[in-house]
Design a protein. Structure first.
Lengths: 132, 132
DNA sequence: ATCAGTGTATTATGCTTATAATACACTAAG
DNA sequence: CTTAGTGTATTATAAGCATAATACACTGAT
């Protein structure tokens, strides 16, 4: 099976956030953004493990927790599939709900260091291109 | 000694980020923002430990690492003091240099969750007013 | 049937993080 | 001197995180 270019992952080993949680977060975002739709298959455990240079069991832990949370489901012998949600909420709103907490944290930090709104936006514009 | 109202701390036990790192980050921000100036004393270890309901040694670890990093220094029997910087560069430029790493972290996070530049900026504009 | 590909269980090892309870050397104030 | 306040060292315990090496049951295609 070919790697799905729709879903790419990146982890930060210096952030202090556990790898399995970073993987979970990114999959949630991919689902919420519609990049991963209902019944889409996720990249395989070994595939992500190789891509991130991480232990397969670490990826499996992320998958298992997502399954427990009801976001994805196992198809034996095939892989993990995005679950059809009951309520089937609007993906866009769902995504914003996921992102809001992070942005609030970001804004809180900015205010904490006395950074004005436009100052923050300008600096983001400048730094955005530079970064990877 | 009275608690300094200039410096307040908050930690998230659900974020996965080690407590001692959250403390370090917030002190760095307080210094970078000018809320904590050169020769200012930090809140005592036991004070922060009580405020955050955390083990004193966890706070001590954050302080020790900040001292190793050259940001603060020990005054025996009295506490920890913000260190005078060697170069003592212009506060404004110095401040921008301090802020850049934080913004890079923010941008990194945004990219990690596949948030586009304009998307990020728009949402920041929207959320900025709401927040405190 | 064979083979490569799914997720996962198991066992072991090692590191990091956080807590608890003491104890020590030091300083400043009474 | 006594006392309360600094930071920190020590020892022990516990949990979480990540890795490594195997092994298993299952599926789909050859």
């Amino acid at each position: 099976m070919v790697l799905d270019p729709k879903t790419s992952f990146s982890i930060s080993t210096s952030s202090g956030v556990p790898i399995y949680r970073q993987i979970m977060d990114q999959i949630k975002i991919h689902i919420a953004s519609g990049r991963l739709k209902e019944n889409d298959f996720l990249p395989s455990v070994r595939q992500i493990a190789k891509e991130l240079e991480v232990n397969p069991m670490t990826v499996s832990k992320a998958y298992s927790l997502l399954e427990t949370a009801g976001r994805i489901e196992t198809v034996r012998g095939q892989g993990m599939r995005v679950r059809s949600v009951e309520g089937a909420a609007t993906p866009l709103q769902d995504r914003n709900e996921q992102i809001a907490p992070l942005l609030k944290e970001i804004i809180g930090k900015a205010k904490q260091i006395s950074l004005s709104k436009e100052e923050l936006i300008d600096t983001i514009r400048t730094l955005w291109e530079d970064q990877q």
